[in-house]
Design a binder for this molecule. Sequence first.
Ligand code: TMP
Length: 210
Amino acid sequence: MRDLSLFITFEGGEGCGKSVQAKALYERLCREGIPATLTYEPGGTPLGDEICRILKWNEDLDITPLTELLLFSASRSQLVHTVIKPNLEERRVVICDRFTDSTTVYQGYGRGLDTEVIRTINDTATQGLHPNLTILLDLPVEAGLTRKSNSQQDRFENEDTTFHEKVRQGYLKLAAEEPERWLVIDASQSKEIIADIIWQKVSQLLHRGA
Ligand code: TMP
């Protein structure tokens, strides 16, 4: 069908269902015989998974916002260099569950770090790589946190509603600023409907590259 690399990222607040949808898209691509790679942030490499464990679960280290930004970026640098770029070079579709936009909204809008500084660090960590398509699964904060309330809460899920509201509004702002890259989906719809919307968009892009 196509012979061009495609880089697709999934974004959204807690409990929005993006990991389920990233996996569903990956499985659909495999069924269609399209070479695809699924990865995630923070983590996706042995080093990144170590960093992820510290960032999500170590409540005792008193990590400052800037240190947090640099740790996410270190994990991303390793992932881009060892997984994302090599797979794109092999002309595979690469799907990443969270990417630079997570940093812009969580560390920028959420923690209040300067978004220009974040942009520079994001561009450095990714060697200037940008997604072709970013799928935002948008859900009211309370609904997302309720979905997560039965599992153990990590350092981010433990943040208050105001933090998560800033994250949600940050995502909507980024999507409005760059509508050609973002697909915003109401994540309160059924998994099947959401998967269909995503597949329609991705197959359009695949045919465009054919
Ligand atoms: P997740 O496994 O639920 O996606 O958890 C990752 C958490 O880390 C989530 O709360 C968002 C947060 N995060 C950031 O704050 N900045 C980032 O750059 C990334 C990738 C994730």
